[in-house]
Design a protein around this ligand. Structure first.
Ligand code: SF4
Length: 282
């Protein structure tokens, strides 16, 4: 009889890192699995390097790659037309080509096809009969949608218990917790980013988009290339009623204030080396 397996989705962001530490502090190591599914090549290399560092120095992270089979029977016509095989890698831009649109906050299918389905595929293959509890670093103050997140619920998708042990924590508490355990954090936070899962995330706000453009313009170049390949804009309209969709327009908007009419003061100032609002260099 095997013990219950405690599985944490590990993205390289602070919330999943704090959640992983919470689980590792409570259960024997041989009953804990940290699992990361890459976002089809949409991570920043700093995040990938951080996960490798964590895996080598703190606790091993199982790395999973999304594949065309993770489309789960959808976009069959396009898959056939492009001559794709089930084991072919499913990249972020290929996902948009197959769906004939980019994901958005209202249709966040990137999470399903690039994160959830690949992890489900691997969990079912490796531990078909084992009782599993999943843990996610969801926090209530992250967004309105998560404001009512409970500590425990039933996950219909994975057919197991789902726990949110840090639901009532702040982001600052997450940083304090992992640092008190001697863990490094993803360097992107010290560069001023709020979200580090994808570079950029489809839900990125003005500050993050401006930070990507200033700190890592190659991420903007990547999106420009993807937009050309897919023929559609990566971001949904940023300002209702204004045609701010294509990546260069979105970057220009990210540097403005007053509803996009005026350049912000921050554009004229040089960025300091540590911009984190969480006091990470103190
Ligand atoms: S981080 Fe954002 S873009 Fe990446 S998979 Fe999640 S929702 Fe999609």
């Amino acid at each position: 009889m095997h013990e219950t397996l405690h599985i944490v989705g590990f993205s390289g962001g602070i919330d999943s890192q704090a959640c992983a530490r919470w689980v590792l502090n409570r259960f024997p190591a041989d009953q804990v699995v940290l699992i990361n599914s890459d976002a089809g090549g949409n991570e920043h290399p700093i995040t990938t390097a951080f996960i490798e560092w964590y895996s080598a120095n703190i606790y091993p992270v199982m790395m999973v790659k999304p594949i065309v089979a993770d489309m789960a029977g959808r976009a069959k016509g396009k898959i056939k037309e492009l001559g794709l095989q089930p084991d072919d890698p499913l990249t972020f831009d290929l996902l948009a080509i197959l769906k004939q649109r980019w994901p958005s906050s209202r249709a966040q299918f990137c999470t399903e096809h690039l994160k959830l389905l690949p992890q489900k595929r691997v969990i079912e293959k490796l531990w078909p009969d084992r009782e599993v509890i999943r843990y996610a670093g969801v926090r209530r103050d992250e967004s309105r949608r998560r404001a009512s997140a409970c500590f425990e619920t039933w996950d219909e998708y994975f057919d197991c218990e789902l726990h949110h042990p840090i639901a009532d924590w702040t982001k600052q508490m997450c940083f304090g917790y992992v640092q008190a355990h001697g863990e490094k954090i993803n360097e992107l936070y010290t560069l001023g980013f709020n979200r580090v899962g994808c570079a950029p995330c489809i839900n990125s706000g003005k500050d993050d988009i401006r930070a990507w453009a200033d700190r890592s313009p190659e991420m903007i170049d990547k999106i420009r290339e993807w937009e050309k390949r897919v023929g559609r804009t990566f971001f949904a309209p940023k300002v209702p009623g204004m045609a701010i969709n294509w990546i260069d327009d979105v970057v220009a908007w990210s540097k403005t204030v007053n509803g996009g009419r005026q350049l912000g003061l921050h554009v004229l100032q040089q960025r300091p080396s540590c911009e984190s609002k969480y006091g990470l260099c103190e």
